[in-house]
Design a protein around this ligand. Structure first.
Ligand code: DQA
Length: 141
């Protein structure tokens, strides 16, 4: 079964504690369990880092082992050409997910470098955005 990488950027380790009015009360491990379930029968590699270079390295690893990437780049969405360039070196489908509806928030969240590469973008569906992304990539791989 093809492997799907699910990559999470800075501060998402604090899911459930950080701004619950924006990101909800579920934790990153709740999210991982939800994704593992939704992805079945596909395997997932579920990762989170607060470091841009680590996210870049994992995208490089995905080139060798993943059929698709679901990524919530978090704040790197709005700042990182390095993450965009790494995704441009990946051949499979890429879906960008945001838990919150970034377009209803501050203007600096309205631009995404990652959207220049993403095949689909989901925002504002809460953790359900990851489930929707996984259902969609399952139709592509
Ligand atoms: C986020 C939105 C980003 O603007 C923010 O920096 C995050 C999380 C989201 O999932 O809604 O950390 O990607």
């Amino acid at each position: 079964m093809p492997l799907i990488h699910i990559l999470n950027g800075p501060n998402l380790n604090l899911l459930g504690q950080r701004q619950p009015e924006v990101y909800g009360h579920a934790t990153l491990s709740d999210l991982e369990a939800m994704c593992r379930d939704a992805a079945r029968p596909h395997e997932i590699r579920f990762l989170q880092s607060n470091w841009e270079g680590q996210i870049v390295d994992w995208i490089h690893e995905a080139r060798l082992e993943a059929a698709a990437i679901v990524i919530n780049p978090a704040a790197l969405t709005h700042t990182s050409v390095a993450v965009l360039d790494a995704l441009n070196a990946f051949d499979g489908p890429v879906i960008e997910v945001h838990i919150s509806q970034v377009h209803k928030r501050e203007a600096f969240r309205h631009h995404s470098y990652v959207s220049h590469r993403a095949d689909g973008v989901i925002a504002g569906l809460g953790l359900g955005g990851y489930v929707a992304a996984l259902r969609h990539v399952a139709t592509l791989i």
